[in-house]
Design a protein around this ligand. Structure first.
Ligand SMILES: Nc1ncnc2c1ncn2[C@@H]1O[C@H](COP(=O)(O)OP(=O)(O)OP(=O)(O)O)[C@@H](O)[C@H]1O
Ligand SMILES: N[C@@H](CCO)C(=O)O
Length: 327
């Protein structure tokens, strides 16, 4: 249950009064998500029309200093027709407010659901939407380093320690020990950079049939290698959830959707197998760390690190490098 902060009806009504959105008529805590507290808010204008919003209270993971980057980015992308929620500024024009020492923001509610068994048509639409974001962000002036780059994966995996990794799986330490230095040594830093989402998993995409209605949860967004975001999205969408099965039709559809909007250069395609190994390491690292460090009585169930160890092993096989080449 991801509502860490309890807010009473009167408190919520006072918070909503700071925005020119009418009066609060309902507020429901949202169970999905693990990082922040989220409420689905409904308000009513004097004329009787109702509107829905998402109220987010940022808990420990998001640094308040990064909020202008995330929230300005949403407004920049929304203004360029990307399917992302607009932020609602308060009556003083601020995109977030502080309440009881925590930051909160009100954003547009978007319809749609997160799919759990994507079809090729849906993967194609997601590829297109990702490329649309990369394209629309080209003239975004904000800058933010990737806090979840290879230094962070190394640190997290070192903090796990060999014994804990071996307890997850006997072969995990060896896999990580081989892949981490390989990815660092071959990092294609010369490739084009842009603002990237960096976490575009199915649960961060809202869809209606084959249409993307919302890309959400931009709280890992940063400036990094553009093709790395394609690799992250590929790793997130093109396998069975446990990583044991590669889904070639989803892969082809995602890549063709992306390239229809932003063609991938030969150099980017060449680098994608390595970037996909990097993406697998990134999620393996955070998942392994959480697996080891989440108390057994916590409300949140940690995600399986092996699902990304399997992806890492898949992308590391030379015969699979060709899947990123144009077909
Ligand atoms: N703009 C929106 N429109 C509609 N629903 C939304 C919107 N933003 C968030 N949601 C809903 O709230 C849920 C939680 O949002 P989100 O994924 O941003 O939470 P989080 O705790 O920050 O995420 P995570 O655990 O993935 O880091 C989503 O799964 C979705 O159901
Ligand atoms: N999307 C990530 C969690 C947020 O970084 C995962 O599935 O491991």
């Amino acid at each position: 249950m991801a509502v860490y902060t309890r807010l009473g009806a009167e408190e919520l009504a006072r918070i909503i009064e700071a925005f020119d959105v009418g009066t609060l008529v309902s507020a429901k805590g949202i169970a999905e998500g693990v990082s922040n507290s989220n409420w689905l808010i409904e308000t009513q204008r004097a004329g009787g029309s109702t509107q829905r919003f998402i109220l987010t209270m940022y808990e420990t993971r998001v640094d308040v200093a990064d909020l202008p980057f995330f929230l300005n980015l949403l407004d920049h992308l929304a203004a360029r027709e990307c399917p992302v929620p607009r932020t609602i500024h308060d009556r003083e024009g601020a995109s977030y407010r502080l309440y009881d020492g925590k930051a909160l923001a009100l954003i547009e509610f978007l319809p749609g659901v997160s799919v759990s068994e994507p079809t090729p048509a849906q993967a194609h639409a997601v590829g297109q939407a990702l490329a649309q974001v990369h394209h629309a962000a080209r003239d975004f002036s904000g800058d933010r380093a990737n806090g979840m780059g290879h230094a962070a994966w190394s640190e997290l995996l070192t903090a796990c320690g060999p014994d804990a990794l071996a307890a997850i799986d006997p072969g995990l330490g060896e896999l990580v020990g081989r892949e981490l230095p390989l990815v660092s040594a071959n990092w294609p830093a010369h490739l084009p950079h842009s603002v990237i989402h960096a976490d575009l998993f199915p649960d961060n995409v809202l869809m209606l049939d084959d249409r993307v209605t919302g890309l959400i949860d931009f709280y890992f967004a940063c400036v990094d290698i553009t093709a790395y975001d394609v690799a992250v999205t590929h790793a997130a969408w093109c396998f069975s959830p446990d990583g044991s099965q590669f889904l070639p039709e989803l892969s082809a559809a995602l890549l063709s959707g992306y390239s229809a909007v932003c063609p991938l250069s030969a150099e980017e395609r060449e680098a994608l197998p390595l970037l996909a190994r990097a993406a697998s390491l990134r999620f393996l690292a955070t998942r392994a760390y959480d697996w080891i460090n989440t108390p057994t009585d916590a409300l949140v169930t940690p995600k399986d690190p092996m699902a990304f160890a399997r992806r890492l092993a898949f992308y590391g096989q030379p015969c699979n490098a060709k899947l990123f080449q144009e077909t």
